[in-house]
Design a protein around this ligand. Structure first.
Ligand code: NDP
Length: 240
């Protein structure tokens, strides 16, 4: 029987690839995000359920869970880059709200009713595992995601549920485009050079594709991954 799968931030990038991979595998997929047109584009006739939701809003997140899901992928996240001195309290709060609090609200709402074989998966980042210049708020939030995942993993283990994080390096999505634009503006360099800087620390020497991230999410969601719990799975070409 098809499992019920929820992917937050399913309207673009990694969330879109994850949602489509689950749909391709025959699962019953629900996607959510703020831009419902983008969600419809992800669906593209695949039969997904598309729900408007801002993951920073507790009531809206709780409303997603009218019935329990078997697999929940807390993917929505993001933030503005900037040196610590240029990071306003508003930028800090906005980054933590979507990248960390959104994951907390999603995982917390997912637990009631989730049964044996349930899978909680958060999209972390290599920034969950190491710091980086100009991303203090984002890295703090992504480190927080890992602490959350590792703690939840211990709480749910006895119920036959796992909780893990997938931690990608730079992935070819709108987020990478925005990071490249920031580099172009700060350093006065061309787009190609900025893109190459994004994957300079990736030993494979290219951006990761959203589909490569989705493959790791599907592995963690599989029955065979039942003993993988509280893990941070790097999808970074060996960067970390
Ligand atoms: P995108 O910007 O393409 O996707 C971000 C998604 O999150 C969008 O679909 C957006 O939808 C959704 N989102 C943002 N804010 C909210 C909100 N408040 N409520 C609901 N949904 C929201 O970037 P990616 O696909 O790259 O990012 C997906 C995840 O992967 C993020 O957690 C990101 O931190 C992580 N990641 C990305 C990497 C990269 O290099 N691209 C590397 C490592 C991790 P909408 O605006 O419609 O709400």
């Amino acid at each position: 029987m098809a499992r019920r799968v929820l992917v937050t931030g399913g309207g673009s990038g990694i969330g879109r690839a994850v949602a489509r991979a689950f749909a391709e595998a025959g699962e019953a997929v629900t996607i959510c995000g703020r831009n419902v047109e983008a969600l419809a584009e992800t669906d593209g006739g695949r039969g997904m359920t598309c729900l408007a939701c801002d993951v920073t809003d507790e009531a809206q997140v709780n409303a997603l869970f009218d019935a329990p899901y078997d697999v929940v992928v807390a993917n929505a996240g993001g933030g503005k880059a900037g040196k610590l001195g240029d990071t306003t309290l508003e930028m800090w709060n906005d980054t933590l709200a979507v990248t960390l609090t959104g994951v907390f609200l999603t995982l917390r709402a997912a637990l009631p009713g989730m049964g044996k074989g349930g899978r909680l998966i958060a999209i972390g980042s290599t920034a969950s595992l190491q710091g980086g210049a100009n991303i203090a708020a984002y890295a703090a939030a992504k480190h927080g995601v890992l602490g959350l995942v590792r703690s939840v993993a211990q709480e749910v283990a006895k119920k036959g549920i796992t909780c893990n994080a997938v931690c990608p390096g730079f992935v070819a999505t709108a987020m990478a485009d925005r990071a490249a634009e920031g580099l172009m503006a700060r350093r006065g360099i061309a787009r190609e050079e900025a893109m190459a800087l994004l994957y300079a620390d990736n030993p494979v020497g290219r951006l990761i594709t959203p589909e490569e991230v989705a493959a790791s999410v599907l592995f963690l969601a599989s029955e065979g991954a039942a003993m993988v719990n509280g893990h941070a799975l790097s999808v970074s070409g060996g960067e970390i």
